[in-house]
Design a protein. Structure first.
Length: 270
């Protein structure tokens, strides 16, 4: 049995709280979602019914603008309701959808707090019809590397040790293998990189909290950190044009349900 790295109750609390604030980071979430949905332009099939997994109010409208009917789900009931239309509260690890319910599944930055990612991907494939498509993006290794290094080095200097404060992320090289393991055909994983610049470094932490991306590691420190930790760490972030830099390195994953007989230009360029 895979170890439980993430505290799913904490993930739900973070997303429920973030439902009130996520509009403040909608531009970044929309940018990531649009980059993911660009892959639809490389496919010939016309999709009609999609499942939006954890879209935080930005993915469902983008799909509807393409003429696609959407069902949305989220671990948080309040966050699910932000998507409009038909929306349900559902755990990505125990999805309530029947076999062949959708011809498209979109999971934009929503699966990285799942303990059993291969199992979740299998359930998503099960929910797809023959020749259905999965589009998913995950923060990949290298995401928030600047923040991770600054926090680790600063906390070690202040206390002689360091607690895990940034989630572990998947290696891009493993993502296509995860899709293949889950039974997807023509699995492809490539990378999109977003660089965020902050005039006020504390805004990075506020944005993470606003998006529901608080620390949900089971082994996270439960004590109050040293008062100097975050100011000192944020002061160590690299600068570009006088602003603190944060990198989001996204693994963009595409895979087709079994029985695929479609022509995907991007898939063909593996």
């Amino acid at each position: 049995m895979d170890p439980e790295i993430f505290d799913r109750a904490a993930v739900r609390r973070h997303r429920e709280r973030a439902a009130r604030t996520v509009g403040g980071v909608a531009d970044v979430l929309r940018d990531a979602a649009e980059r993911l949905l660009d892959r639809l332009d490389d496919t010939k099939p016309r999709f009609t019914q999609a499942l939006d997994v954890g879209g935080r109010g930005v993915v469902a409208p983008l799909l509807r603008a393409r003429g696609i009917e959407v069902v949305s789900c989220d671990l948080s009931p309040t966050m699910a309701a932000l998507n409009g239309g038909l929306a349900v509260a559902a755990d990505e690890e125990f999805l309530p959808f029947g076999a062949g319910s959708f011809d498209l599944v979109v999971a934009s930055l929503s699966l990285h707090w799942v303990n059993d990612l291969p199992g979740a991907l299998i359930q998503l494939r099960h929910a797809l019809r023959r020749d259905g498509l999965l589009l998913a993006s995950l923060p990949a290794l290298g995401t928030l590397a600047e923040l991770r290094a600054a926090l680790t080095e600063t906390e070690a200097a202040l206390t002689g040790g360091a607690s895990p404060r940034v989630s572990p992320f998947a290696d891009l090289r493993d993502c296509a293998a995860l899709l293949q393991r889950a039974g997807f055909e023509l699995p492809v994983a490539d990378v999109e990189e977003l660089r965020l610049l902050y005039a006020e470094p504390f805004e990075l932490l506020r944005d993470l909290r606003a998006a529901g991306e608080g620390n949900a590691l089971r082994e996270r420190a439960r004590h109050v950190p040293p008062r100097a930790l975050f100011p000192a760490a944020l002061a160590e972030l690299p600068q570009e044009e006088g602003r603190a830099v944060a990198t989001l390195r996204l693994a963009v994953m595409t895979g087709w349900a079994s029985g695929v007989n479609v022509d995907s230009g991007r898939a063909a360029r593996r």
